[in-house]
Design a protein around this ligand. Structure first.
Ligand code: BES
Ligand code: ZN
Ligand code: ZN
Length: 489
C-alpha cells in the first residue's frame, strides 16, 4: 500500500472508495453526504461501528473521541471491511486531536495494522486490493494542518506499523519454521536492509560467556540456541538504550511439561525477541538519534534425555546459583544470562526487557494489558503513559520485599520459582532484578507482554494471533527519551 498526502479537498480527489469517521451522532457534519441512508441503517457511530454503503462507495466508521487510539482502531475496522472488494484506491480526510498531526500517524498505523493477515499457510488468501491511500489535510474539526508535519507523521505511521507487522509475522510462524537459527537469519536480514550491526553468538561463544542458565534451558532441543545482538548506532546519538527480548521459539515447559491445552500458542513465547527485531527495524528506518541495542535470547525449551531438570542447580553468567524447581519457568533463566550479557556489553542509560514471562500476568491484568515492573517509579509511569498514548495497554505492578523473600532457596542463591502461588508476575520480575547490577537498578524496566502479545481473537487494530505488542510502545518511549536532555533522566 502506498500513502499520499494532499491539500486537495476529499471531494476533489479521485479514488475508488472513501472512508469517513464520525464522532458521536453528529450526522450534520459537512463530511457526511449520506445522512438519510445512515439514519435508515440505524448507524449510531459508536466506536468501531462500520456502515459500508456499497452503492455510494463509502465506508463510515464511528469513533468515540478524536484521539489517536480511537482513530487507529476505526481505520483498521474500515480497511478490513473493504480490503478484498474491487477498490484499488481509497481517500480519507484528516482527523486530529485539536490539530495535533499524531492523528494522521495513528490513522496510517490503523490502515497498515488492519490490513494485516497471517495467510502464509493458507491455500486461499483473502487478498488486499487497495494499493493507494490518499489522505487530505482537510480536517474534521477545521484545524489548519501543516502538510509537512502531516507528511512526516504519515511516513512514521507507515514504518512503525510495518515493523509491527514484521513482528507479528515472526511470532505467528510455527515453531518448526522459526527456531533460533531462523531468528538469527531474520535478524541478519533486517540488519542488512536497514544498516544495523548484527552479532550472533553460537553455543561455543555462549559457553565462553558462561551463559550456563540459558544453555541448560536449550539443551534438550535439536535446535541450538543463539544470542543475537542488533545495534543502531547513529553519529548524533544522545543516549543509549538496551532492549532485551525473550525468544523462546517454543516453550513446551520442559520436563515440568505443560498440559496440552496450555502448550498450544507457545510458539508465541518468542514475542519479546520478535518485538526487538521490529523495534530495531523501525528505529533504523526512522533514523532516530539514539543508540539502541537489541539483545535476544533465542532458545527452544524441550524434553528429552538431555533435558535440564527440576532439582538442578545452575550457575548464571554473573555467578549467582539458581535452584531449578520448575523447568517451565525457563524465560527468566534465559533472560538472567542475556540481561547480564547486555549490561556487560553496553553501558546503557535505560534497559528494558520485553517478555511473555508469566501466565500470572495474564490472570492478573487480563489478556490485553502488559505488566510493567521495576524499581524506578517514574520510569514505570513513563512506560505506561507512552504505551497508552500509542494504543497499547499497560499497567504498573509494584515490587515488594515480602514477595522477594518467596524466591529464597535452601541450597542455592535463588530459586527459579516462588514458594507462593500468588503474585507470579511480580515474583518473576523480582527474579530478573537479581541479574540487574546495583548501579543499573533504576535504569531498568521489565515489561511482561504475556497477555497482549498473542490473543486468539481479533481485538481493536489487532488480528487473531500475534499483535506485535511492545513495538509501538517502545518506539514511542524512545521518541520521548530522545526529547529529554540527559539531566532529566
Ligand atoms: N511462557 C510462559 C508464560 C506464558 C503463559 C506466556 C501464558 C504466555 C501465555 C512461561 O515460560 C511459563 O511457563 N511461566 C510459568 C511460570 C511458573 C512455572 C512459575 C507460568 O506462568 O505458569
Ligand atoms: Zn515456560
Ligand atoms: Zn516461556
Amino acid at each position: 500500500m502506498n500513502f499520499e498526502i494532499t491539500i486537495a479537498k476529499t471531494k476533489d480527489i479521485k479514488a475508488d472508495v472513501e472512508v469517513i469517521f464520525i464522532q458521536g451522532e453528529n450526522l450534520e457534519h459537512r463530511f457526511i453526504q449520506d445522512k438519510k441512508l445512515l439514519k435508515k441503517a440505524g448507524f449510531k457511530a459508536s466506536q468501531d461501528e462500520v456502515c459500508y454503503l456499497l452503492e455510494r462507495d463509502r465506508v463510515y466508521v464511528g469513533i468515540q473521541e478524536l484521539e489517536g487510539k480511537y482513530i487507529r482502531r476505526a481505520a483498521a475496522k474500515a480497511i478490513r471491511a473493504i480490503k478484498s472488494k474491487k477498490y484499488k484506491s481509497l481517500k480519507v480526510a484528516s482527523y486530529t486531536n485539536k490539530g495535533c498531526t499524531y492523528g494522521i500517524r495513528a490513522m496510517v498505523e490503523g490502515f497498515v495494522l488492519g490490513v494485516y493477515e497471517f495467510d502464509k499457510y493458507k491455500s486461499t488468501k483473502n487478498k488486499n486490493n487497495i494499493k493507494k491511500i490518499i489522505i487530505s489535510t482537510d480536517e474534521y474539526s477545521e484545524y489548519e494542518l501543516d502538510i509537512q508535519k502531516a507528511s512526516i507523521q504519515m511516513h512514521k505511521g507507515e514504518l512503525i506499523a510495518q515493523a509491527t507487522n514484521l513482528t507479528r509475522d515472526i511470532v505467528n510462524t510455527p515453531p518448526d519454521d522459526c527456531y533460533p537459527k531462523v531468528m538469527a537469519k531474520i535478524a541478519k536480514k533486517v540488519a542488512k536492509e536497514c544498516g544495523l550491526e548484527c552479532d550472533v553468538l553460537k553455543v561455543s561463544d555462549l559457553q565462553k560467556e558462561k551463559m550456563n542458565a540459558l544453555l541448560a534451558v536449550a539443551r534438550a532441543s535439536r535446535h541450538k540456541p543463539k544470542v543475537i545482538h542488533l545495534a543502531h548506532k547513529p553519529k548524533d546519538a544522545k543516549i543509549k538504550i538496551s532492549i532485551i527480548g525473550k525468544g523462546l521459539t517454543y516453550d513446551s515447559g520442559g520436563l515440568s511439561l505443560k498440559p496440552s491445552d496450555f502448550m498450544v500458542t507457545m510458539k508465541s513465547d518468542k514475542s519479546g525477541a520478535s518485538a526487538v527485531i521490529g523495534i530495531l527495524q523501525a528505529v533504523a528506518k526512522l533514523k532516530l538519534p539514539i543508540e539502541v541495542h537489541g539483545f535476544i535470547g533465542a532458545v527452544e525449551n524441550m524434553i528429552g534425555g538431555d533435558a535440564y531438570k527440576p532439582d538442578d542447580v545452575l550457575v548464571a553468567k554473573n555467578g549467582k546459583t539458581i535452584e531449578v524447581r520448575n523447568t517451565d519457568a525457563e524465560g527468566r533463566l534465559v533472560l538472567a544470562d542475556v540481561l547480564c550479557y547486555a549490561q556487560e556489553q553496553v553501558k546503557a542509560d535505560y534497559i528494558f526487557d520485553l517478555a511473555t514471562l508469566t501466565g500470572a500476568c495474564v490472570v492478573g491484568v487480563g489478556e490485553y494489558t502488559s505488566g510493567v515492573m521495576g524499581h524506578n517509579q517514574n520510569l514505570k509511569e513513563m512506560v505506561v503513559r507512552e504505551a497508552h498514548y500509542c494504543g497499547e495497554l499497560a499497567t504498573a505492578l509494584d515490587f515488594n520485599d515480602y514477595l522477594k523473600d518467596t524466591l529464597k532457596s535452601k541450597i542455592a542463591d535463588i530459586s527459579n520459582i516462588s514458594n507462593t502461588r500468588y503474585g507470579g508476575a511480580i515474583t518473576a520480575g523480582l527474579f530478573l532484578s537479581e541479574f540487574i547490577d546495583e548501579h543499573h537498578k533504576n535504569k531498568w524496566s521489565h515489561i511482561d507482554i504475556a497477555g497482549p502479545a498473542y490473543v486468539e481473537h481479533e481485538w481493536g487494530e489487532n488480528p487473531a494471533g500475534a499483535s506485535g505488542a511492545g513495538v509501538r510502545m517502545m518506539i514511542k518511549l524512545i521518541e520521548k527519551l530522545t526529547l529529554k536532555t540527559p539531566h532529566q533522566k
